[in-house]
Design a protein around this ligand. Structure first.
Ligand code: NCD
Length: 311
């Protein structure tokens, strides 16, 4: 395993297998009444989040705590970043206190990589702009594997705001590594520049006809419409988006009942996903959240246990 986890590109197939195996063990710990392992006793992990987050930040925090690490949260709002301190100064200041890992979320694509060049601490990318979100892709694939077995040859359909989605970018890389067959569905305005050539080189399909694709899906992943990253109108109205690309009650009927429905959250209910789909028996949205803790325990364990450990 490489020192930092910045991108899915950092992981070999063996690394992924190992992470999934460890996550399965961690998942068992999650079911116990006493959820504590001593693996990261004495290690300090800082969650440095410059963008809003509910699940990723608390998931990394819980994962660190259950492994007995000391975890501390620093957010952009409320830190000296809001007084004009540069990212480099913030990072150097935190690292001068003697931290072992930085879990980083930042609005700029490439921020985690940049930070990894400034510090000796292990850097874990928890989302950098529209670039990557590797722990999310890992928890998505792990959740799917538990439902539909090996992803090799399985048809995974990813739907929504691809332009602004780091989840989509990390997922494509991971799903293709695991040899899934992938179709992405989006309106032309939410298809990133260069998507066609990326699709050709990495072997995924692009469609704008959700109704045609859903009947052959083995798994569906809905993505949030990321209004906070949009500077103009990417679609005429919310209603039109839902009619074309929402997982509505009618579309749910096009899916086999055993096809898992994923969404990384937070969901815009009624926009990209109807309540009927979000709360359907085949929805795995909350399972993704539980799996998220197990995957992040596995990531922290592999990146930190043993690394720089004097004992
Ligand atoms: C995603 C993110 O922040 O990239 N959320 C998450 O981490 N669970 C997706 C999103 O914000 O839509």
């Amino acid at each position: 395993m490489k020192k930092h986890l910045l991108s899915i590109d950092d992981l070999t197939i063996d690394d992924i297998d190992e992470l999934f195996e460890t996550a399965a063990q961690m998942h068992d710990v999650q079911g116990r009444s006493v959820k504590k392992l001593p693996a990261l006793r004495g290690r300090t992990i800082i969650n440095l989040f410059f963008e809003d987050s509910t699940r990723t930040r608390s998931s990394f925090e819980i994962a660190g705590k259950w492994l007995s690490a000391d975890t501390i949260n620093i957010t952009g709002k409320g830190s000296s970043a809001s007084k004009g301190e540069s990212l480099r100064d913030t990072v150097l200041t935190i690292c001068a206190m003697g931290v072992d890992a930085l879990v980083m979320r930042h609005g700029a694509s490439g921020a985690a990589k940049q930070v990894s060049e400034w510090t000796d601490a292990v850097v874990i990318n928890a989302g950098d702009g529209t670039h990557e979100h590797p722990s999310q892709a890992l928890l998505d694939a792990y959740t799917l594997t538990r439902h539909i077995g090996s992803l090799e040859g399985k048809h995974v359909v990813i739907v929504g705001d691809l332009t602004h989605s780091r989840v989509f970018r990390s997922n494509i890389k991971l799903l293709r590594k695991l040899q899934a067959q992938v179709t992405v569905v989006a309106p032309a305005t939410l298809l990133p520049a260069g998507a066609k050539s990326w699709a050709e080189s990495s072997g995924f399909a692009i469609s704008n006809d959700l109704d045609a694709v859903l009947p052959t899906a083995d798994a569906v992943m809905m993505l949030r419409v990321q209004k906070e990253r949009m500077s103009g109108g990417f679609f005429p109205s919310a209603r039109e988006y839902t009619v074309g690309y929402g997982l509505t009650k009618d579309r749910l009927a096009l899916l086999r009942p055993d096809v898992p429905i994923c969404h990384p959250g937070p969901m815009n209910r009624g926009l990209e996903i109807a309540a009927d789909a979000a709360d359907a028996a085949q929805s795995v949205v909350l399972e993704q959240v539980s799996a998220g803790v197990a995957i992040r325990m596995a990531i922290l364990y592999h990146q930190l246990a043993g690394e720089g450990n004097d004992e």
